[in-house]
Design a protein around this ligand. Structure first.
Ligand SMILES: NC(=O)c1ccc[n+]([C@@H]2O[C@H](COP(=O)([O-])OP(=O)(O)OC[C@H]3O[C@@H](n4cnc5c(N)ncnc54)[C@H](O)[C@@H]3O)[C@@H](O)[C@H]2O)c1
Length: 360
């Protein structure tokens, strides 16, 4: 069944827009100092504790409690949640407390989930510190953790009170992490912003100079979509472009103990799913070629990640988007326009993995 809808770029919901605040420590201070919050509990991981927390303290004058979790996707688990809840109880965090999340998507998803569930939910604000979390994870209210290696299989929808975006956090981010976040920028171009994709393709492209230049427009794209469909009943599914195959690759890496970054996996997923779009007569061969060339120019070619197609297809069967055991995809109907709920014959899924695997 084809359910397709153009991405509407109409006027944004004002309230949603006001949730994202750029470069404004004054507003962070105001919310942290708000006396309606009995306590402020700050969540970091072991890296953002070292690299980002002092910047926060520089601008804040209220006593806060800090909870630090080990960095890395392998710690985005219910075990880490249990540790966080324990710490929250030990620090007497009550229902009137405010959570402050300082970190990338891992801290955002995990600590956000803990805030949304602790004592049936405490409010929280987010200060995303990676490119990926700024352009993607901090917007849209999805929170959760991985279970048995299955990505984000337990979670809730809850919006933060505010999101504060500061470019300066990106200064300490390793280049590989900048590139990781850039995958979601490319995805936003492919599903909703054809002009930016072709403009980037025209120049000798460098994603790592001034990464912050992609942030605002990417946030706008995600906000446009998630504001219209906050609970992913329809349109929002287009954000999953590249993620059906990408998540399977990421999960297979977790299972094998080979860490594959989310963005790296999504980059492969976008090449395969563009191929599927081409095979389903939604994309031209030229468009498919342009997408593959551009993504490979940024991420290189990693055929070993798709070396076990059966395992990947098996993992895709566990995807949350499936219905009646059928794997469903969000695909491209031309660059800059996405469609969702496409059931794809399994042989074409395999073909797309072989397509990626071949030497170019
Ligand atoms: N909720 C959503 O809508 C959504 C969307 C996309 C991705 N995600 C999730 O986000 C996670 C990936 O996010 P991520 O790529 O930000 O990973 P991450 O949070 O694991 O951060 C990557 C690494 O960078 C470190 N780091 C963070 N900020 C830093 C800084 N300023 N300087 C130096 N190092 C820093 C972290 O400690 C970590 O080692 C995944 O779990 C994914 O499922 C969620």
């Amino acid at each position: 069944m084809i359910l397709t809808q153009p991405v509407v770029k109409a006027a944004k919901n004002q309230t949603e827009q006001q949730k994202i605040i750029f470069e404004d420590w004054e507003s962070v201070r105001d919310i942290v100092n708000d006396p309606k919050y009995s306590q402020v509990v700050v969540f970091v991981d072991s890296n953002t504790e070292k690299l980002c927390l002092f910047t926060f303290f520089e601008h804040i004058d209220r006593q806060v409690r800090v909870i630090s979790v080990p960095a890395g996707e392998e710690h985005k688990t219910l075990d880490t949640c249990a540790y966080v809840y324990e710490q929250m109880i030990r620090k007497n965090i009550d229902r009137e407390s405010l959570g402050v999340l300082i970190g990338g998507g891992m801290v955002g998803d995990l600590a956000g989930y803990c805030c949304a569930t602790y004592m049936r939910g405490i409010p929280f604000v987010s200060l995303p510190t990676t490119l990926l979390s700024q352009v993607d994870a901090c917007v849209g209210g999805k929170l959760g953790v991985d279970v048995k290696g299955l990505k984000n299989v337990v979670g809730v929808f809850q919006e933060p009170e505010k999101v504060f975006v500061f470019q300066s956090f990106l200064k300490t981010l390793p280049q590989v992490q900048v590139r990781n976040g850039f995958a979601e920028v490319i995805k936003h171009w492919l599903i909703a912003d054809q002009k930016s994709f072709y403009e980037a393709g025209k120049e000798v492209f460098s994603y790592d100079k001034n990464p912050e230049k992609w942030v605002a427009s990417s946030i706008r794209t995600k906000l446009d979509i998630t504001t219209k469909d906050p609970k992913e009943t329809g349109l929002r599914k287009i954000l999953n472009f590249g993620h059906t195959i990408g998540h399977a690759i990421e999960t297979s890496g977790l299972i094998k103990g080979i860490p594959i970054l989310h963005g790296e996996a999504i980059a492969v997923g976008m090449i395969c799913e563009s191929y599927i779009s081409y095979r389903m007569n939604l994309l031209t061969e030229g468009e498919n070629f342009a997408i593959r060339q551009f993504i490979i120019s940024v991420f290189g070619h990693n055929p070993k990640w798709v070396s076990e197609p059966e395992q990947l297809v098996d993992l895709m069967h566990k995807d949350k988007k499936n219905r009646n055991g059928k794997i469903r995809f969000s695909l491209l109907e031309g660059i800059g326009n996405a469609v969702y709920n496409w059931e794809v014959p399994e042989e074409i899924i395999y073909e797309s993995l072989y397509f990626y695997k071949q030497k170019w």
